[in-house]
Design a protein around this ligand. Structure first.
Ligand code: FAD
Length: 507
């Protein structure tokens, strides 16, 4: 793509000299490209336009861009955009340059040093995959399965890039067992905010390695990650159990993550007003839906525990027995256990069918005022009363899935930038709202504010996941004792504050 002839009006934040670089033919100021690169899944932040968009065909293109900016007395911002599934403009860069990472993937057959997805083995690490930062997890899954292997830690939704989720944490129902995705990386290649290309791991350039994991894109652009792989199962037993008592629900969840046996544990709220089969999956049969709806009309709020055990041909004879043992003693409502047998891929890719359905109804591409929190175990009962019951149920505004499931601190490495509560067990709570338009979005966002205010007012030590703050003080509070190191690392790896300005931490 050539930009010559498409350059007017030229944005003054980027000097014309950029056109003397080799990357000039890969930069675009075409208004369609500018508009499309300034959109994200959240659809909340509008009109934050970059000056140009880079479509890199190799890693050197990104190095050239960042070095050029770094050498200027007035550098411009650079933001890697993975799949643009942020909620609040985190991959945007006003008057800067957006690097469309997917463009590396379009060029990874050219023997030009791009990684794509490559599976390997060595005696120290076992099986692993070297994966370009631009790769989608669904493609990582498909490729590794060709070798009978798969990553161990996932997100609920697989159409996210490796670089994008590693910049946050990458969590799901497997996190209690294997840790978040950032705990399952051996090594990375990163381009820092000085334009340096660095290979890093726990033992090599470890400061950068830990900075980048959960680092919100502040320290470098991940161009390759070496991901832990394990033997992939072929099938799963997938179970949902319903509760009308939050205490029983959470006690059972906590029990299940404390024992050996399950591969995935999550949970969600069930409200009379929201659909039983939401966008994540259609799990319940029509007759079961009727049964659940009638229960919900009495209880108004219920809780759904979701658990999965993987199996394959070798374990297919014993899986039902094992599952029976795992469920024994759990305090769900009698008659409200629902089971499904699915392939491993159907289970991992469970959100996709819901997405396609919503897309076909024009209900996917709408504003998403999401709020994701980590809530310490000691506060989860109070949180239920004050937030799930008093705010969510009473106000009757929730529109979408509300996730709630516990995970363990010991599976996270405190040297990483990701921020979690201090307690050993904490809950991941996600208010994954969809809104019909900007008016409803505002109402739901006000509700999010009310939830945050409540947590603040009673001193619940929650942490935001996929954090968003408006002031530096809030960021300092968010990072807590990690703030000094976060700042030091920023000064070390991106001293001119070039990278990922859309997070609004330093800019
Ligand atoms: P983008 O939105 O493109 O970028 C996010 C941030 O990372 C930006 O600051 C960007 O500059 C930076 N970045 C992007 N690529 C790189 C790179 N290569 N190197 C360095 N920085 C980079 N999260 C979970 O943990 N678990 C879930 O189950 C989960 N489910 C989700 C479901 C949906 C439908 C959506 C929309 C989001 C979900 N998320 C989940 C959140 C998701 O992990 C984050 O929003 C993630 O950042 C999205 O990845 P992306 O490729 O779209 O990143």
């Amino acid at each position: 793509m050539s930009i010559l002839g498409k350059l007017k009006p030229w944005n003054p934040s980027i000097p014309y000299e950029i056109l003397s670089l080799n990357i000039s033919s890969k930069l675009s100021t075409n208004s369609d490209d500018i508009i499309s690169s300034s959109k994200d899944f959240g659809k909340i932040i509008q009109n934050v336009f970059p000056a140009a968009v880079l479509y890199p065909s190799n890693v050197n293109d990104i190095i050239d861009l960042i070095k050029f900016s770094y050498d200027l007395s007035l550098p411009f911002h650079v933001a890697a955009k993975g799949h643009g599934h942020s909620i609040r403009g985190q991959a945007m860069a006003q008057n800067g340059v957006i690097v469309e990472m997917k463009s590396l993937n379009n060029n990874n057959n050219n023997n030009n040093g791009n990684y794509g997805i490559r599976v390997s083995w060595d005696s120290e690490l076992g099986f692993y995959a070297d994966v370009g930062g631009e790769q989608l997890w669904i493609d990582v899954l498909r490729t590794t399965l060709e070798y009978g292997l798969a990553p161990v830690s996932w997100t609920d939704y697989l159409y996210l890039t490796v670089g994008g989720t590693l910049s946050n944490a990458g969590i799901s129902g497997q996190t209690f067992r294997h840790g978040p995705q950032i705990s399952n990386v051996h090594e990375m290649e990163v381009i820092t905010g000085k334009g340096e290309f660095v290979t890093c791991s726990k033992d090599m350039n470890s400061e950068l390695f830990f900075a980048v994991l959960g680092g919100l894109g502040q320290f470098g652009i991940i161009t390759r990650a070496r991901i832990v792989l394990d033997k992939a199962p072929t099938r799963v037993k997938w179970v949902r159990l319903l509760y009308d008592d939050f205490s029983k629900f959470t006690k059972d969840q906590e029990h299940l993550i404390s024992i050996d046996g399950l591969d995935y544990v999550e949970g969600s709220l069930m409200l009379e007003q929201s659909s039983i089969n939401n966008w994540r999956s259609s799990f319940f049969s029509p007759s079961n839906q009727t049964k659940i709806a009638s229960l919900l009309s009495q209880n108004k709020i219920m809780y759904c525990l979701e658990m999965v055990k993987y199996y394959d041909d070798h374990t297919s004879n014993t899986i039902d027995e094992e599952l029976k043992k795992l469920v024994k003693g759990l305090k769900y409502l009698g008659g409200f256990m629902f089971k499904k047998d699915a392939t491993f891929v159907e289970f991992l890719n469970r959100v996709r069918s819901g997405e396609l359905e919503l897309q076909s109804k024009g209900m996917w591409d709408v504003p998403h005022p999401w709020l994701n929190l980590f809530v310490p175990k000691s506060s989860i009962m109070d949180f239920n009363v004050a937030v799930f019951v008093d705010i969510i149920l009473r106000q009757n505004k929730a529109n979408g899935l509300i996730l709630v499931y516990p995970t363990c601190r010991k599976k996270w490495d405190d040297r990483m930038s990701a921020v979690i509560p201090e307690e050993e067990t904490f809950y991941s709570v996600g208010f994954l709202h969809s809104s019909s338009g900007y008016d409803e979005c505002k109402i739901l966002d006000n509700q999010n504010e009310e939830i945050l205010k409540y947590c603040d007012s009673v001193g619940l030590n929650i942490k935001q996941y996929l954090p968003h703050y408006k002031t530096k003080e809030d960021w300092i509070k968010h990072f807590g004792k990690k703030w000094n190191i976060f700042q030091q690392r920023k000064n070390q790896f991106d001293p001119k504050k070039i990278l990922s300005p859309g997070q609004r931490i330093f800019n």
